[in-house]
Write a protein that binds this ligand. Structure first.
Ligand SMILES: CC(C)(COP(=O)(O)OP(=O)(O)OC[C@H]1O[C@@H](n2cnc3c(N)ncnc32)[C@H](O)[C@@H]1OP(=O)(O)O)[C@@H](O)C(=O)NCCC(=O)NCCS
Length: 191
């Protein structure tokens, strides 16, 4: 399927969310080339435009062949791609998926990812028929924990040594968070 159909264009006040495109390579290099941004994904930062281009090809292939939804987060004001937000481990028979996100460090602290994730979460419940959206967040990832809590997710426990961080060569404990469709509906009704 065309990636634009899997991850359709969506708008919020400040943002356009759309599929990743070949011409985003420079922004993707800036994003995935930052050690601080990728460290909790346990990966090494990328360091060339070619690696960024390969990454975009991989995202698009995943959308086309595996139906994995992933949006580039573009700022309307600057026409620049500053982040990426996605669903992974999509388990259609169980109506659940896992959300993940990353944002260029120069744009942290402005509520941009909260705005993007809220839109993607609504899409997940309303268009993908999800019942449960999960998030696994490293216990050391303060900003991500703060964001996921502000998005209304409940902490369900700690998965001890769940991930292996290949860069730091250590196991990481992860918080298991989830948001259910019925809880999301409730918060939407609140003023
Ligand atoms: C996780 C990550 C996306 C969070 O970015 P962020 O900018 O902190 O997230 P938010 O969009 O929620 O912004 C919150 C901040 O914006 C501020 N803010 C400013 N304007 C705002 C607005 N209009 N609405 C909401 N918050 C606003 C908040 O007060 C908060 O500031 P603080 O951090 O000083 O408390 C980012 O840190 C990141 O990319 N980390 C690396 C990748 C990663 O680890 N991903 C998660 C793996 S599971």
């Amino acid at each position: 399927m065309n990636p634009a159909a899997v991850s359709p264009v969506m708008e919020t006040d400040r943002l356009v969310l759309r599929e990743h495109r070949e011409q985003d390579a420079r922004s993707i290099l800036e994003l995935f080339g930052d050690t601080e941004v990728v460290r909790h994904f346990g990966m090494k930062p990328i360091s060339s435009l070619n690696a960024a281009e390969q990454m975009i090809k991989y995202f698009r292939k995943n959308s086309r062949e595996a139906g994995l939804t992933r949006w580039a987060v573009a700022l309307k004001s600057e026409d620049a791609v500053v982040g990426s937000v996605f669903y992974t481990n999509i388990e259609k028979p169980y109506f659940r998926a896992e959300i993940g996100f990353l944002l260029n460090r120069s744009y942290w602290g402005r509520g941009i990812m909260k705005e993007a994730a809220e839109r993607v979460i609504s899409f997940g419940f309303e268009q993908m028929s999800l019942n449960r959206i999960q998030a696994l967040v490293s216990v050391d990832n303060r900003r991500s924990v703060s964001l996921i809590e502000r998005l209304g997710f409940s902490k369900e426990g700690v998965l001890r040594e769940h991930s292996f961080n290949y860069v730091e060569k250590r196991f990481e404990d992860m918080y298991a968070f989830a948001l259910l469709a019925r809880d999301h509906k409730k918060t939407e009704r609140e003023p």
